[in-house]
Design a protein around this ligand. Structure first.
Ligand code: ADP
Ligand code: MG
Length: 285
């Protein structure tokens, strides 16, 4: 059984003015898995993320990291933020230095690592995020996508166990999104726990192992992506169902086999492959 790396137990959180963002919310993030947090605008995704690395404190309930309740003194928060890397939606709110080299080196330097180690980490993160050559350009002169990649590089340089990304694909062009997806795959293979927020059901269906669905600050559903994203109450809440699943179901009705090893395809590419292969088989007969 996979253990939870982060566990939220009965969390309630309100902003000043009694704006309730989370209401007795409980859920677990499993170690090494890719989890998509889904929910409509205002359902509490960003608030939930701000609790995961201690930026906000819940007014009630508790959060466990690696089985231990998180504490909010300075040293505990520093330790927590080393383990749980956070990438916000808006890169301008995260970048604060004149150039991205400075920005990316800030975290590792703060850890008190030797200069050489800092340099190695920064250069590795720059290469990973395809930012080599841009490290000394003024931050404000970079494009949105470059800034977003710089934010991610800054977090990767900390080598976190858990990487939390708020709507990471929003605002990326399709080429950048594909490149970014490949980077996430690599991190997943190397054992990093990945958590993303999105309201894109299709993206969640093709990308995630697990999903957590929020509804007005409460937990609507939690479980594997394959099962949870087929639930009628989830479709009703999100106002959609995964397009690939809908097409696969329609094709199955025509008698063409759409299952591969007992599983429905989860991405457009897999669906096309299976349909093409099976339609060709039918034609040969
Ligand atoms: N800084 C804030 N101050 C007051 N209310 C906020 C703030 N941020 C979010 N909220 C409110 O909290 C609720 C949850 O918002 P949020 O966590 O941003 O949801 P999501 O990320 O799913 O869109 C909403 O009602 C939103 O208006
Ligand atoms: Mg949000």
């Amino acid at each position: 059984m996979t253990s939870a790396v982060i566990e939220l137990q009965g969390i309630s959180f309100s902003y000043p003015g009694a704006i309730k963002a989370l209401d007795r919310f409980s859920a677990s993030f499993l170690r090494g898995r890719r989890t998509a947090v889904l929910g409509r605008n205002g359902s509490g995704k960003t608030t939930l993320f701000s609790l995961l690395n201690g930026l906000q404190h819940p007014q009630s309930g508790q959060i466990l990291f690696d089985g231990r309740r998180i504490a909010y003194d300075r040293q505990s928060l520093l330790n927590l933020r080393q383990e749980v890397g956070m990438v916000f939606q808006d890169p301008d709110s995260q970048l604060f230095s004149a150039c991205i080299y400075e920005d990316i080196s800030f975290g590792p330097m703060n850890l008190g690592l030797p200069e050489k180690e800092v340099r190695i980490r920064v250069e590795h993160a720059l290469a990973q995020m395809k930012l080599a050559g841009l490290e000394n350009r003024p931050t404000h002169s970079l494009s949105f996508g470059q800034k977003k990649r710089a934010c991610i590089a800054g977090v990767l340089a900390m080598q976190p166990k858990v990487l939390v990304l708020d709507e990471p694909f929003a605002g990326l062009d399709p080429v950048m999104a594909a490149e970014f997806s490949a980077i996430l795959d690599e991190l997943h293979r190397s054992g990093t726990t990945l958590i993303i927020a999105t309201h894109d059901l299709d993206l969640a269906y093709s990308w995630a192992d697990e999903v957590i669905v929020l509804k007005e600050g409460t937990l609507l559903a939690e479980g594997t992506a394959g099962e949870t994203l087929m639930r009628a109450d989830v479709h009703a809440e999100l106002g959609a169902s995964p397009v690939v699943a809908e097409i696969a179901a329609a094709i199955a009705l025509t008698g063409v086999e759409v299952y591969a090893n007992g599983y429905l395809p989860r991405s457009k590419d897999d669906l096309v492959k299976i349909i093409t292969a099976n339609i060709n088989k039918e034609n040969v007969r």
